[in-house]
Design a protein around this ligand. Structure first.
Ligand SMILES: *Cc1c(COP(=O)(O)O)cnc(C)c1O
Length: 343
């Protein structure tokens, strides 16, 4: 039976070569800045993102949360898209931890405009929350893996700066976006006061994220990292996976994106499926199944050996990644077609 996991790009297992790199890692005490692999990883990611410094963190969620802890004081407001991870999938973290108000802008598949930012910024008043941060998510996960174009992100960053706000980028899949756009990650990184990439999504590492920003920002991040227990010891084992991934798993993101496109094309004319090809921009494919219950479909598809996600009552999601090749994606599409068309 097929065993094809298209649930998420978090499902990847470290490859034998990545495990080898991890096994061979030179390590030291990360909390004392003495782990050589972590130091190299942070320097590489900082340079890649066009920022002076970076810090290694156990997760992307911690990168978002610590960033907001540094940027906000209680009562401050974060502007983000209504679908964003930071607003919907982090347990209300910025409110619980930083005491911030989150306002979800009504973007287009996760991407909002400079005009929307300008309209949302509150005037200074003792009655109002102080609008403090604009957070962009690249790619927009629940938006469908959609890509912020550089011009739109620049315009948003400019509008935010002009109003004295801080610009944060949740770049969990920034490298998927820059692969799709053929631009350097620093082009986006330089727009931001804080920006991070996830190692455990398309890059295929087991754990970790790297958060970059100014030297002062990173000093403050370290204070929080220490305070909330994110400082590590021989974390070079994990950083070595990140270094390996930067060498071997970045250019191949193009394959994931071709596979996602192929999957969408294989399903676009399937009876009972509604899929918007314009929304398929990276490695994520959302599709609707009008009149059919998504959870029941996921269970029937799983019986045939293909794991996918139910993202709404009649919405399914497929995510491609380095543990599924083109042939498996074609096979999965054929199986899903059979289940959806009842054959
Ligand atoms: C996965 C994800 C996160 C959280 O990253 P973890 O490393 O899983 O904590 C944050 N934002 C977006 C957009 C994500 O897709």
């Amino acid at each position: 039976m097929a065993s094809i996991n298209l649930y998420s790009d978090t499902q990847t297992r470290p490859t034998p070569a990545m495990r080898q790199a991890m096994a061979n890692a030179e390590v030291g005490d990360e909390q004392r800045d003495q782990d050589p692999c972590v130091t190299t990883l942070c320097e590489r990611v900082a340079a890649m993102l066009g920022q002076p410094r970076a810090v290694f963190l156990p997760s992307g969620t911690m990168a978002n949360e610590i960033s907001m802890l540094v940027h906000c004081r209680p009562g401050d407001e974060i502007l983000c898209d209504k679908t964003s991870h930071i607003l919907n999938i982090e347990g209300g973290g910025p409110s619980a931890l930083a005491g911030a108000v989150m306002t979800g802008l009504d973007g287009d598949r996760g991407r909002f405009t400079a005009d929307q930012v300008q309209a949302a910024i509150r005037p200074l008043s003792r009655y109002l929350p102080r609008t403090r941060v604009v957070s962009l998510e690249q790619t927009a996960n629940l938006g469908g893996g959609t890509v912020w174009l550089l011009a739109q992100a620049s315009a948003v960053a400019e509008a935010a700066r002009a109003a004295g706000l801080t610009v944060h980028m949740d770049g969990a899949r920034l490298l998927n976006a820059t692969c799709a756009l053929s631009v350097e990650p620093a082009a986006f990184g330089k727009l931001c006061d804080s920006v991070w990439i996830d190692l455990s999504k398309g890059l295929g590492c087991p754990v970790g994220a790297v958060l970059a920003g100014s030297s002062d920002f990173i000093d403050e991040v370290w204070r929080w990292k220490q305070r909330i227990g994110g400082a590590m010891r021989q974390a070079g084992i994990l950083a070595a996976a990140g270094l390996y991934a930067l060498d071997h798993h970045v250019d191949r993101l193009a394959e994931d994106q071709a596979n996602a496109r192929a999957f969408a094309l294989a399903l676009v004319d399937c009876p009972g499926v509604s899929i918007d090809l314009d929304s398929v921009q990276t490695n994520i494919v959302y599709f609707d199944t009008p009149g059919q219950d998504a959870n029941a479909l996921v269970a029937r598809i799983a019986e045939r050996g293909v794991d996918i996600g139910a993202m709404g009552p009649q919405t399914l999601r497929v995510v491609t990644h380095l543990d599924v090749n083109a042939a498996q994606v074609t096979e999965a599409a054929a199986i899903i077609r059979q289940v959806l068309s009842g054959t």
